[in-house]
Design a protein around this ligand. Structure first.
Ligand code: ACO
Length: 337
């Protein structure tokens, strides 16, 4: 672990007060390899690997809805934290593939877990987890809650045009969750722990480079994901590196202080390009896109859970997360584990 630089005034004003007390994940059992996909769509394992780094993806079964997967991930996060569902004050869930227009998927999760408090969804596409984490952290800082489940859950397999090889090879299903709780004096010490800062952005003028057609406003459309891949790529690299630097600057830290980058797992070329732009060694970047593909709002908590379960990310380490998605939306979160 790298030593933290002396706290600057910016750090003092961003005194952390929400701790990542537990981390959990859920992936559907069904794994679809590139070769299996190539049987139904005009693509190849070689093309997908070379352009994206993806080898396989998990695909939800008929009973694995967004709410079901989110509930399983939340249960795992609660178990990791050793906290009962009855202690949860609220649920904030990032998703672009809710079970229904309403009620919110978070409400379904609340019902399944048997907890009380508030529950709502956040819609920010692939940035959904960063947005949800930011909202939950702000609510804890404001004293509105002490214990909040933050979940990213997606079933993109349900919004794919499975004839469009330009998009259907890129995505997978799954859910990840963290339990955020208000810091107590016992969490103190020389090095502050918890969410140090979050930064959120959106650029609505770019709404048409990545979107889902159909739904309420366009009932005649199929409700499939539509993407201009090259444009998304171009914006992703610049904005994601910028969001990480913004987080570091706000906390008086440098990239050398970061133990792990947990990026949104869109594709390996974006992850590599952002790492290079930041000057970060590949060994400090968590990668799951090869196994999970792009699970949108679920990708960061899934990657976090994967590295945490493997003992790579450890308590006390400095982790920076970044994501960009449809909207465009993008942002970052800097966390001392
Ligand atoms: N298999 C085989 N050939 C394919 C496939 C495929 N799955 N998909 C496209 N092709 C073909 C195209 O038809 C085209 O053929 P042509 O030259 O005969 O017309 C050729 O490959 C090149 O197509 P491009 O779309 O130009 O390929 P590109 O090099 O841009 O790679 C990709 C496409 C991987 C989508 C790239 O643009 C990219 O990584 N974009 C980032 C988008 C992304 O990751 N989006 C995820 C959601 S947003 C987010 O999470 C940040």
């Amino acid at each position: 672990m790298n030593d933290m630089m002396s706290p600057s005034p910016a750090v003092a004003t961003l005194a952390p007060c929400s701790i990542l007390a537990g981390i959990g994940a859920y992936l559907p059992a069904r794994v679809v390899t590139n070769d299996e996909l190539a049987k139904t769509v005009d693509t190849s394992d070689a093309w997908i690997r070379e352009r994206t780094g993806i080898r396989q993806r998990h695909i939800a079964g008929p009973d694995e809805t967004c709410a079901v997967m989110a509930t399983r991930a939340a249960e795992a996060a609660l178990a990791d934290a050793g906290v009962a569902a009855t202690e949860v004050d609220g649920i904030v869930l990032g998703t672009a593939t809710p079970d229904q227009a309403f009620p919110a998927t978070a409400v379904r999760v609340q019902g399944a877990l048997g907890c009380g408090g508030f529950a709502f969804d956040v819609s920010a596409a692939c940035s959904g987890f960063i947005y949800a984490l930011s909202v939950a952290d702000a609510m804890i800082r404001a004293g509105q809650a002490r214990c909040v489940l933050v979940i990213g859950a997606e079933v993109y397999s349900r919004i794919m045009n499975w004839q469009d090889r330009g998009t259907c090879v890129l995505f997978g299903d799954g859910a990840g969750a963290v339990l955020l709780r208000a810091a107590t004096p016992a969490d103190g010490g020389a090095t502050p722990r918890g969410v140090l800062s979050t930064h959120l952005h959106a650029q609505g003028a770019l709404g048409d480079i990545l979107y889902v057609d159909g739904a309420v406003g366009q009932p005649d459309k199929p409700g499939h994901l539509v993407m201009n891949g090259r444009e998304v790529f171009r914006h992703a690299v610049a904005h994601l590196a910028g969001a990480v630097n913004e987080a570091l600057e706000a906390n008086g830290l440098a990239i050398a202080d970061v133990d792990w980058l947990v990026p949104h797992q869109a594709n390996m070329r974006i992850i590599d390009a952002v790492g290079k732009r930041l000057g970060l060694a590949p060994e400090r970047v968590v990668v799951t896109v090869d196994r999970h593909a792009n699970t949108s709002a679920a990708s960061i908590p899934l990657a976090l859970a994967d590295a945490y379960a493997a003992g790579r990310i450890r308590r006390g380490q400095l982790v920076v997360m970044e994501a960009l998605g449809g909207g465009l939306t993008w942002g970052s979160a800097l966390v001392r584990m």
